[in-house]
Design a protein around this ligand. Sequence first.
Ligand SMILES: [Fe+2]
Length: 239
Amino acid sequence: MVNFANFWQYIAPLQTALSGDQFNATKMAVQTYKLTRLPYLHDALEPHISTQIMQLHHTKHHQAYVNNLNSALQAHAKAVEAGDIAAQVALQPVIKFNAGGHINHALFWYNLAPADLPDTKIDAAPTLAVEIDKTWGSFDNFKKAFSDVLLKIQGSGWGWLVKDGQQLRIVTTKDQDPVVGGEVPLIGVDMWEHAYYLQYLNGKAAYVENIWNVINWKTAESRFVNGREDVFEKLKALL
Ligand SMILES: [Fe+2]
């Protein structure tokens, strides 16, 4: 077991050792993030995702991740300036959670689209569709496999279709952990209760069934074809 009584005995000299000029010279501007603008109106995903959910999800939940991320980054910059390594470490999970929330929601909004657009049909993703058929045998098999994974998520988290090297995979992330390994996130589905509860109550399966009507396959195709650097380069403008 870690003896926290001795913790500062090790940290204090480390802090002194790390508080040299290279750390005092870090008075740099801290990036401020902004709420992602939606590419459609809050009522555009009706009836599959209600206007009320979209308003709250976007302007309250997503905004809170942005606000908390900006506050944590400011506090982190001050901790760096003060050479307070313990405060820096304590802020890392806060930054991870809220930055993940910001990234995940920005990806999510852009991989959704109003159901009447052709972008929501698999035909809008010809290259990706071939790979889906190759991996799961058919588009319907893929939808079933993805839906099953989404419904098995325990607690809060996300389901993703990712491109991992040349392979397609379905993965989940817990809480607001983003897909920040080497994979390319093609489609993300928010499985937090705030994404569906006001409309679907405990009917999580109905939410998952209906989300297929508003998946933006054109965006998924672009992410699949252009790759990770392109996804995150485009994402920068939305954050
Ligand atoms: Fe969410």
